[in-house]
Design a protein around this ligand. Structure first.
Ligand code: ABU
Length: 379
């Protein structure tokens, strides 16, 4: 890998234009984070019962880094410029004037933190205290882009206070004893851990389709956050979307833009509002349902779902990276005319996700375009 790029261009409007420059995360130092209002890890079998925290097992970290380095090399061999974040000591306690938090998390999933829209990269607020300072891992890169690209807009959303007012009292103790039906009712009402006190969103709750941004309301993204995005991107149409998922967390295993006119959806997560799919149909988009993962068990210490088989990286409208074991997904995309690049990645999942999570766009060729000229009133 070269040390610096003298001609950085920051520009990316969607998830499919030809990828030229990307950030790939690192697993080094990732923590099972210390308890905090938003997070309750409970893995007694793996040595992390409720209330405990600590570094991810060394062998798991080494394997994940091997896969991440291999993924970076695959991209570089295809002529894509790859940058990597600078991990911090994530085992350190952090604090603001409002709270203290026993540890940080990691920097495997840049997609959660950095939202690229056109010539702007926006640092997302993040709603976990353990992730409040995660943007610092990307600062060396963003500083460099700022020097090299005179058109780069470097933005940061308002840093949230994350005081007790941001979180509902006793959310988890109540949630854990609800019946299945009661949990679904709360899901229908988007009644999860965060309140509407302040704008919150993770960048990975945004799916970019040119002028249209689909933003999922979730455990980490509230209406105030979506409204902030709407005001921040006045030239875009920001659509709030929700799905039948009990504890939704990031849109990139639910709604995946593949290329103009083709979108991948999760058959287990239906849109809560019927017109979400109507917008695609009205504009001639084909909606393809993802097959299930070949896996039946998640990796130990993994907070993501098995639907990470959908969490792919599109390199251009004809080329896509898919987790290497996911044959049904590869066959589906092959049938739709893609060259599929298999990338071993399952062991990275406990560090925060799949191939899409592990990346953040810096540059894709192409301009801002309108792929949904026919809109639906009020959506
Ligand atoms: N960050 C992607 C996680 C999505 C999922 O677990 O389904």
């Amino acid at each position: 890998m070269k040390e610096t790029s003298s001609n950085t261009v920051v520009s990316s409007w969607n998830e499919w234009d030809p990828l030229k420059h990307v950030i790939v995360g690192r697993a080094s130092g990732t923590m099972i984070q210390a308890p905090e209002p938003a997070v309750q890890n409970d893995w007694p079998q793996q040595g992390f019962p409720l209330g405990s925290f600590g570094r991810m097992p060394e062998q798991m970290e080494a394997k994940a880094n091997e896969h991440l380095d291999n993924f970076a090399a695959i991209l570089e061999n295809r002529g894509i410029w790859v940058d990597r974040p600078t991990p911090l000591d994530f085992s350190q306690a952090v604090q603001t004037p409002d709270w203290e938090q026993g540890s940080m998390f990691g920097c495997m999933p840049p997609r959660d933190v950095l939202l690229s829209v056109g010539n702007e990269i926006l640092e997302a607020p993040m709603s976990f205290r353990s992730r409040w300072f995660e943007y610092l891992c990307y600062r060396p890169l963003l500083e460099q882009y700022y020097k090299e690209d005179p058109n780069f807009r470097w933005e940061s959303a308002p840093k949230p206070r994350l005081t007790e007012r941001t979180f509902k009292d006793n959310f988890w103790s109540q949630w854990n004893v609800l019946s299945d039906e009661e949990q679904w009712q709360r899901t229908k009402n988007s009644d999860w851990i965060i309140t509407e006190t302040e704008p919150l969103f993770d960048a990975a709750d945004v799916a970019r389709f040119g002028r249209d941004l689909f933003v999922q309301k979730s455990m980490v993204t509230n209406d105030a956050g979506i409204e902030w995005l709407r005001r921040h991107y006045p030239e875009h149409r920001v659509h709030t979307v929700s799905y039948t998922e009990k504890l939704p967390w990031h849109i990139d295993a639910t709604l995946i833009p593949l290329r103009p006119g083709l979108v991948l959806t999760n058959p287990e997560r239906s849109p809560l509002k019927k017109f979400q799919n109507e917008l695609f149909e009205k504009n001639g988009w084909e909606i393809v349902e993802a097959p299930r993962s070949v896996r039946t068990e998640k990796m130990p210490l993994c907070t993501c779902s098995l639907w990470l088989n959908m969490n792919c990286l599109v390199l251009d409208p004809k080329t896509i990276c898919i987790e290497a074991a996911e044959t049904p997904m590869m066959e589906l995309l092959d049938k739709h005319g893609f060259e599929v690049i298999p990338v071993p990645f399952f062991e990275v999942s406990p560090f925060g996700g799949g191939l899409h999570c592990a990346t953040a766009d810096v540059h894709r060729e192409g301009d801002l375009e309108d792929y949904f000229p026919k809109q639906i009133e009020g959506f």
